[in-house]
Design a protein around this ligand. Sequence first.
Ligand SMILES: Nc1nc2c(ncn2[C@@H]2O[C@H](COP(=O)(O)OP(=O)(O)O)[C@@H](O)[C@H]2O)c(=O)[nH]1
Ligand SMILES: [Mg+2]
Length: 473
Amino acid sequence: MAQGSFETSKTIARSEDTIVAVATPPGEGALGVVRLSGEEALSIAARFLVGPKPLSELPPRSVSLMRVRKGEHILDQVMVTLFQGPRSYTGEDAVEISTHGSPYILARLLELSQDSGARLALPGEFTFRAFLNGRMDLTQAEAVCGLIRAKTEWAHRTAQAHLQGALSQRLAEIRLHLMQLLAQVEVLLDHPEEEIPSLNREALCIQTDGVLREVETLINSFNVGRFLQDGLRIAIVGSPNVGKSSLLNALLGKERAIVTEFPGTTRDTLEEAAHLDGLAVIWIDTAGIRSHTLDPVEKEGMERTQRAIQSSDLILFVLDQSRDLQSADRSVMEMVLKVGKPVIAVLNKSDLPSMDLHLNGAPFSERVSVSAQKGQGLEELSQSIHRVVGIPGFLCAQEQPIWIASARHRDILLRVRQGIAEAMKLFQNSSQCFEDLVAVHLREALLALEEILGGNTTEDLLNTIFSNFCIGK
Ligand SMILES: Nc1nc2c(ncn2[C@@H]2O[C@H](COP(=O)(O)OP(=O)(O)O)[C@@H](O)[C@H]2O)c(=O)[nH]1
Ligand SMILES: [Mg+2]
């Protein structure tokens, strides 16, 4: 497959060409799938597919055994599925051919299709056509990409819900409410001679506030949505020898970091990705922080620790609860509490007799007792992490939790909010008729909202979104 040449292509073709691509990953496999879509999909495939019945007589959406003919030879026995538009992924006529997963066979099938009049598809072009043909809106098209990329349960759930239209529905509700509001304002505009009863104004104000809240709920869901979809960066920080590396190993379930009884063993930061109850986490083990050190390697390690803290979403501040709080612990504690990120105090070595560390009053988000060595308390730690970033509360707060996880969606919703908030201000502040201005702001909000769903988009935006897809999707 000549994939490289398409990645540089900036324009998504809008022509009526029939397109073809390999839909399965490159390389050898048990099966390979080639898909064709477009007006000529059937007639093109019919030139090289032979079977007991001609292709055009096969029942749609059922699988038939056929053979691929290349000149005098049979290239492969294949399973063929026919789709008649609009009942297909793209909304067009389409043919899917399942072959043996040989790169040679797949390449020849592409050639045969091209020789018969098909053009190689651009990345995401099948989904783009589905969008153009009204089979899905833009949030759903984006979810297709998310679904393919999802590596964790939550990322998968996000994409699946969005693909099913959960986010589109919520946005459509907001759009409806905005349109109803605008219609009422426009009625007032059309009858300027009539005095607006103050009751009316108040009702409009309440309605506007309601829509504003709907939009804000979605905007606020971005933080949790981002964690659910993309995961968290968690820095494990503390003074030397408290058990940071042991904790990392316990969380990963493998001996990733070196653990010794000697302080200063970990001199560099170490990152490792692992799932925590369906949540993607990048764990960062850091070099222990000592107040004074002359060793240049240790100094560099500590600077890296600082950077790890800055780049994290959450900090695990580890303490050894079997010994008194030391000055090193205190200085690390001061440092992590300064950063303004959530900090969980992890009291390690719970298997040993514990001291009272006198932490009362320290503003940790939570504190959890664990034994990294014995693997105790890790479940509580996981629950604490979920709580601190707000996941359970968020999921419980709504009947059907819907969240946004894309910066594009958030940026647009901020503009929607801006428009509604401006309208709200006019309602609240003026006794005069500002209906024309209110209408302008509400229309702006509506127009912005359309961008999420794909009703008001630029070619650049579509190119950006669809060029992220793989070829054949
Ligand atoms: N008893 C006990 N010892 C632990 C525990 N966690 C770590 N240790 C020991 O504490 C020492 C320092 O551990 P390490 O993970 O290297 O600490 P770090 O310097 O903070 O990374 C090692 O000897 C570990 O075996 C624990 O939960 N219980
Ligand atoms: Mg260590």
